[in-house]
Write a protein that binds this ligand. Structure first.
Ligand code: NCD
Length: 361
């Protein structure tokens, strides 16, 4: 018998913040909680600052502009690249990082509230980055924090820095093909219901012009209706499908995602969807236009029953996944210098490095 999970087994998806609660970004001193805080000009500002971070991220030059500053890094869900790239970004600017990972190592396990944790940790830090499984939790934490807070992912809600680095990657990949973000055709594939990266990316794309978004997911894991509505009401086109091959035929980018198994009531339920959509070199060659860009927020699930993005694509030059991860450092450095208001001082606190760096480029 095939188990068929019904909508009742999946809790409703609630999006934060509500529109009336959105505080547009000022940068200096701002929390970064949702992509709804940004106008197009803000995104362009972040990207232009990120461009200037390249010599520092590549370790050709070093800067001490955040010498003495401390980042509180609090990750209450598994993370490799988001946690390490936020930490690296802060270190590359000369600052130090204090880290808490997992509830079991934190006083939250003793019943401490987010309010108390925020009051305490913000006394020890100049900025805080936080990941937490509950939608809206980072926002709640930020309300009690005395220093700027950046959302490193709040449950299935949002992941604003990932959306910024994804869009930065989209911009640079398209620039190599001689075009900009407007008129982009993108297919998002996988668990669109729980995937916070695609939630934030869709909202961010609304700031651009004539975007076509093809949403490919099992019917139980479709993009939340209010995000689909937001894309449409911003003047863009949305197509929804359960068929991978035809959906990736006429797009500039295929953005694959992992089934977010940690958001399901049971592993059995998550397993129903793992491996449903698999992009590999043969599917790519048969169905995609030449030079279609392949993206994924990572981690990709490389276990045999998943493989949503096969390792046999590793030598495909259009596979942008590791350019995405490199770009994450640039974008996170840009957020720090803007939020901590040192953007104009980065270069005056800099010098060349003298150690071996050739293999990095
Ligand atoms: C994503 C996340 O945590 O939402 N990972 C990341 O931060 N790059 C995607 C995922 O875990 O599937």
């Amino acid at each position: 018998m095939v188990l068929s999970p019904c909508a009742e087994t999946l809790p409703p998806i609630i999006m934060f913040p509500k529109h009336e609660e959105i505080i547009k970004v000022q940068f200096a001193g701002s929390n970064i909680l949702s992509v709804h805080q940004f106008e197009r000009a803000d995104v362009e500002r972040i990207f232009s600052v990120a461009d200037n971070m390249l010599p520092y991220a590549q370790r050709r030059r070093m800067t001490k502009v955040l010498d003495g500053a401390i980042l509180g890094s609090m990750f209450f869900e598994p993370s490799t690249r988001t946690r390490v790239s936020f930490g690296s970004a802060f270190n590359l600017l000369g600052g130090e990082v204090r880290e808490t990972t997992g509830f079991e190592n934190s006083s939250i396990a003793k019943g401490e509230s987010l309010y108390d944790t925020a009051r305490v940790l913000s006394g020890y830090s100049d900025a805080i980055v936080m990941r937490h499984p509950a939608p809206g939790s980072v926002s709640e934490f930020s309300a009690a924090s005395r220093v700027p807070v950046i959302n490193g992912g709040d449950g299935s809600n949002e992941h604003p820095s990932q959306a910024l680095l994804d869009l930065y990657t989209i911009k640079s990949e398209l620039a190599e093909r001689g075009r900009g973000i407007d008129k982009l055709r993108i297919a998002m594939v996988g668990d669109l219901r729980h995937g916070r990266t695609v939630h934030s990316l869709c909202k961010l794309l609304c700031l651009f012009k004539d975007i076509q978004v093809v949403l490919v997911s099992p019917k139980e894991l479709t993009m939340p209706a209010e995000i689909v509505e937001e894309i449409r009401s911003s003047g863009h086109q949305v197509l929804e499908s359960e068929a991978l091959e035809e959906s990736i035929a006429h797009v500039d980018i295929v953005y694959s995602t992992r089934i977010q198994e940690e958001r399901f009531a049971s592993q059995t339920e998550a397993d129903l969807y793992r491996g449903r959509f698999r992009l590999n070199q043969s599917v790519y060659t048969s169905h995609c236009e030449p030079n279609t860009i392949i993206m994924h927020p990572l981690p990709r699930d490389s276990r045999d029953n998943a493989r949503e993005l096969d390792d046999d694509l590793n030598d495909n030059p259009n596979l942008a996944i590791f350019r995405q991860t490199d770009n994450g450092v640039l974008v996170r450095m840009a957020l720090f210098v803007l939020v901590l208001d040192v953007v104009d001082q980065v270069d005056s606190h800099a010098r060349d490095v003298n150690w071996y760096i050739e293999r990095r480029f």
